[in-house]
Ligand binder design. Structure first.
Ligand code: FNR
Length: 452
């Protein structure tokens, strides 16, 4: 793998929830040259397993307990993706770095996040005032990891204090440094200290990646202006790219629908979670969410439904079917022990005599409480004068749950291991009302509850 060079680069900045694989590929498609992942906390990666996903052509790091994708990357970005880590511990950081060093081009340590969660954990901007720890983390990684190590910081009010900090960090051997020109206490509406970034860039000898200019960046030429003001050759964009990723396009910015369609294509191709996909599009649409189409979009819960709005419904259906036929294990097929090959697989005999429906309970599909599967079932029992109420037995494995519902001498269950007991009961009730004919399979498929 060629060693990542941070000079003269247009970079997608790290963004929680936004910076997953489809957004990174979109940024590369439009002209970004390096893409940062969202910040991932070290222990989340340590609790994941690496899996090659042949169907999608990706490397996945999946949460051991529930199969959620913690980090997904593909060959298209192999030489230019930087994984950003949230950490306060050199040993944990090193373990994570060793897990991913073949799969990413660089590792960045987040030293700028001002959120309470990070500060309390000694991560993010807390490291700016704990220099020994910050240096220990960087030094440990630089010494033992094959790929370049960087960090992304915020500035101090005072120029020399900032320069002293940066010089100390540079002394660890990092390959480049990202500088967001605001202090830990400043918010996005405060002006970015471009002059301070310039002062730092003039006084150190590794690439400075300027960040924080999005408020003034509306077109490609504004990026050049920002670079000049900061005296750097590389810049990193977050909000400008979040709002319209085609900002990276030399030939000019594109309209939002074109950008959304391209984003959706990547989201479908890489089986992105519907929640993240929706969040990203909400941030592109902004006030357009108030339009009739925007409101229709807000009601969507599945990738399929979102795609219909941008006329990509058939494309999504075709791809999902293709993935299914090629044997992809999608999120809803996760079983608790599938990532523990060494352990003997548990045989759940409790489910043998149950009427099972391969379905999941998706809470957002139900607006009113009376529409919930358990409520529908209770009303049916009342109407049909069934005295014995449905009884629920919970089966749990690790942090995941399924339920067995007993009613009128029959037992029902859903196939999906839910994240909590309540959902597990609703899942079993969904199976029950389906078998009683109180809800059609078409309706379940339409809502994405049925696992194909
Ligand atoms: C961010 N930012 C951020 N920074 C970081 O180091 N790690 C992260 O995970 C995130 N997450 C994140 C999410 C979202 C939605 C936004 C808008 C921002 C901060 C970001 O990378 C950048 O430093 C600031 O937004 C300033 O740059 P712009 O937006 O002016 O280009």
């Amino acid at each position: 793998m060629p060693i990542l060079n941070y000079q003269n680069k247009l970079i997608l900045a790290p963004m929680v929830r936004v910076g997953s694989l489809p957004m990174r590929l979109l940024a590369l498609h439009y002209g970004a040259e390096i893409v940062y992942s969202e910040e991932i906390i070290d222990w989340k990666l340590l609790n994941s397993v690496r899996q090659v996903n042949d169907v999608l052509g990706t490397i996945d790091f999946l949460d051991k307990t529930d199969g959620t994708v913690i980090f997904r990357t593909s060959k298209e970005e192999h030489d230019c993706v930087v994984l950003q880590l949230g950490t306060c511990d050199p040993n944990r950081a090193l373990k994570v770095a060793k897990m991913v060093e073949e799969d990413v081009a660089g590792i960045d340590i987040n030293m700028g996040c001002p959120k309470e969660f990070s500060i309390k954990g000694g991560m993010g901007a807390a490291l700016l005032t704990n220099l020994p720890k910050a240096k220990e983390i960087l030094k440990t990684l630089v010494e033992s990891v094959k790929i370049p190590i960087t960090c992304k910081i915020r500035v101090f009010e005072n120029e020399n204090d900032t320069l002293n900090l940066v010089k100390e960090l540079v002394s660890t051997g990092i390959a480049a440094i990202g500088i967001h020109g605001r202090t830990r206490a400043e918010r996005p509406q405060h002006p970015n200290r471009n002059g301070l970034i310039k002062f730092i860039a003039e006084n150190i000898n590794i690439p400075v990646i300027a960040n924080g200019g999005s408020r003034e960046i509306e077109k490609y030429s504004d990026i050049e202006k920002f670079k000049k003001e900061c005296g750097v050759s590389s810049v990193m964009l977050a909000r400008a790219a979040q709002g319209n990723c085609s900002i990276f396009r030399k030939q000019g910015i594109l309209d939002l629908d074109t950008v959304i369609c391209k984003y959706l294509e990547y989201a479908v191709n890489f089986d992105n979670s519907p929640n993240t996909t929706k969040y990203v599009i909400q941030n592109i649409l902004k006030e357009l969410q108030e339009t009739p189409r925007g409101k229709k979009f807000l009601e969507c819960q599945t990738l399929q439904q979102i795609c219909e709005i941008w006329d990509l419904g058939d494309y999504c259906r075709k791809k999902e079917l293709e993935f299914f036929e090629r044997g992809m294990t999608c999120r809803r097929m996760i079983t608790p022990d599938m990532f523990e090959p060494a352990k003997k697989r548990t045989k759940f005999e409790q489910f043998d005599d149950c009427k099972e429906l391969r379905c999941a309970f998706i809470r957002v599909n139900y607006v009113k409480d009376t529409e919930l599967p358990k409520s529908i079932l209770l009303s049916w029992c009342l109407k049909n004068k069934i005295d014995d109420k449905p009884k629920y037995e919970i089966i749990h494995q690790g942090k995941l749950f399924r339920a067995i519902l007993s009613l009128n001498g029959e037992k029902y269950t859903s196939s999906y291991w839910e994240k909590n007991k309540k959902y597990a009961e609703q899942g079993a009730a969904l199976s029950c009302i389906y078998h009683l004919g109180l809800i059609s399979k078409e309706k379940l498929i339409e809502s994405g509850s049925v696992i194909k």
